[in-house]
Design a protein around this ligand. Structure first.
Ligand code: PLP
Length: 382
């Protein structure tokens, strides 16, 4: 796609501004780690785990190498694996389903609600079989899934709940933080996430001390003590240098989240009255806008028109997971995901990052309105 050079770039995500804001603090913290050369499971990892558990409102946090391994370790800790089925949303990033596959279980995809883009709780029960062991709701784009309904279904069917909160740091439902509703909450600190490291990182949170202890062992070769391997373990520890970055960013996360919400509000004001469908935000929730995803039947036209004006956009995600070759196994119950399929062709992520200015939002919105209005006029002429 060709980008014009005569207008400043508005990226989809801007990681450079955040790095500038924390550079000195991060370098100081990293310098301390280097002085002591304690790179693996240094005290910064423990310090971050304590802060992040408190932030999520959970008793425990265990740092992991990335968000995918966080979900994988959560499933292992709950002893879910071969022959089991795990229900999740059909429109997540592939990592949710890959983590289920790593555990040995089969992912069963459920269609989504066309308004909030999260798992449709009214059809979860139709996907439950005698093999089902857990539900993994995904708080997609920063919007909390309908946890009350999900927990109720899980309780009635004796299922575990693992939240994929990779895109929902600080998101809330009825004042309670995402990640703290289910048995285990899983986070990613991939650089572009609302809380992002300078590389890969992840974490699990839980209120169950036994599960926390099990995940602590699982992430470190199953070792309680050096060379004592009581279980099949993995190497998926959160890196100490990444914990330094995360500790620095924790000081800003609330401010940055509010800035994201402000950017979303500006978009709403600027795009009000167009036939673009804006992200739905539930009244009882705190949407943290990891992404600002709109819906339009003019997606390709809009994307290329914005690109011509040096505005980057993205598609999250272009294919329902059930269509990925790696998951084309026949499930116990046939899967139909009409809403996922329809949305995959119509969703578009507009630029969203905390440092985005009102002028930038206006420039994006103006560019969007040119295409949307053109379409409206075209419709009138026909
Ligand atoms: C919804 C979702 N789940 C899981 C993951 C996996 O996280 P990671 O990339 O840190 O492995 C991501 C992010 O990449 C994600 O967006």
């Amino acid at each position: 796609m060709a980008f014009s050079t005569n207008q400043d770039l508005i990226p989809l995500v801007d990681l450079k501004s955040q790095s500038r804001a924390i550079k000195e603090d991060v370098l100081r913290r990293m310098g301390e780690v280097m002085d002591d050369a304690r790179y693996i499971l240094g005290k910064e990892v423990t310090e971050f785990e304590q802060q992040f558990a408190e932030y999520c409102g959970t008793g425990h946090c265990v740092g992991m190498a990335n968000g995918t391994e966080a979900i994988h370790m959560a499933l292992r800790a709950l002893e879910i694996g071969d022959g089991d089925e795990v229900i999740t949303a059909g429109n997540s990033f592939a990592a949710t389903a890959f983590a289920i596959a790593y555990s040995g279980a089969d992912a069963v995809f459920v269609d989504i609600d066309p308004d909030d883009f999260n798992i449709d709780t009214s059809i979860i029960e139709s996907a439950i079989t005698e093999k089902t062991k857990a539900i993994i709701p995904v708080h997609l784009f920063g919007q909390p899934a309908r946890m009350k309904e999900i927990l109720d279904i899980a309780r009635r069917h004796g299922l575990k709940v693992i939240e994929d909160a990779a895109q929902a740091h600080g998101a809330e439902l009825d004042g309670q933080r995402c990640g703290s509703f289910g048995d285990i909450g899983c986070f990613s600190f991939y650089p572009g996430k609302n809380l992002g490291a300078f590389g890969d990182g992840g974490a699990v949170v839980t209120n169950d001390p036994a599960l926390a202890e099990r995940m602590r062992l699982l992430r470190n070769y199953g070792q309680k003590q050096k060379n004592q391997h009581d279980m099949l373990g993995f190497n998926c520890r959160l890196d100490t240098l990444q914990a330094c970055v995360l500790l620095s960013k924790m000081q800003h996360i609330e401010k940055w989240t509010e800035q994201r919400r402000q950017v979303a509000q500006w978009y709403r004001e600027e795009l009000d009255g167009t036939d673009l469908l804006l992200p739905h935000a539930h009244d009882d929730s705190r949407h943290v806008y990891h992404l600002f995803v709109v819906r339009t039947s003019q997606r390709e036209q809009l994307m290329s028109s914005l690109a011509e004006q040096n505005i980057h956009t993205g598609i999250h995600y272009p294919n329902p997971l059930s269509k990925a070759a790696s998951f084309k196994k026949s499930p116990t119950i046939p899967i139909s995901l009409p809403v996922c399929s329809e949305l995959a062709n119509e969703i578009l992520s507009l630029p969203m990052y905390p440092e985005m200015t009102k002028q930038q939002v206006q420039r994006v919105s103006h560019a969007v309105c040119q295409v949307v209005r053109k379409q409206e006029l075209a419709n009138e002429i026909v």
